[in-house]
Design a protein. Structure first.
Length: 178
């Protein structure tokens, strides 16, 4: 939290431009300062900023706790994994967990999608879905190439694929590993 938020706010206050150039987070505290055309005191604006910051911290901490819990679950599941993929019945934040993985054995993670079907994401940079299906100009061509009729989507970077069923998610991984 310090690196991602506190230092950012501090850099804004101290005009540390070199630090701010790498950040895209809006300075929500500064946005609470009274505008030239408002009839509000700095003290009232500051109290409004505190309320906003308090709500933000609650959300930020909730997010951080969920992320830590997800990392623990993912790393534990990797230790017990016998395949090159993990399966989860809910989508969870996994990107930070990747930093702690000490094996290249597990290459994919499958989540039950919040939208439809299952999402398959690659965990290591060297692992992408095959160019022949990534570059297919139509999903029907990708379906024909793979033999997976309920293929929903393959992203152009080869890092994400979606299928209607868990079975077809596993099938696309096996196709990719051939």
């Amino acid at each position: 939290m310090d690196r991602e938020l506190i230092q950012y706010i501090d850099a804004t206050d101290n005009m540390q431009v070199e630090y701010l150039e790498n950040k895209i987070m809006p300075d929500f505290i500064k946005l609470c300062n009274p505008e030239w055309n408002e009839n509000i005191s700095e003290d009232v604006a500051f109290l409004n900023a505190l309320k906003l910051a308090d709500e933000f911290w609650e959300i930020y901490i909730k997010h951080a706790i969920a992320e830590v819990e997800a990392i623990e679950i993912i790393l534990e599941k990797i230790d017990n994994c016998k395949e090159c993929y993990l399966i989860f019945d809910v989508e969870m934040p996994y990107r930070k967990a990747i930093k702690y993985i000490n094996t290249d054995k597990v290459k994919y993670i499958i989540f039950k999608s919040r939208r439809e079907g299952f999402e398959i994401r690659t965990l290591i940079d060297s692992c992408k879905f095959k160019n022949e299906i990534v570059q297919a100009t139509d999903i029907n061509i990708a379906r024909e190439l793979t033999g997976i009729n309920d293929l929903i989507y393959i992203d152009v970077h080869g890092k994400l694929c979606c299928t209607k069923t868990l079975e077809s998610a596993i099938q696309i991984i096996k196709y990719n590993e051939e």
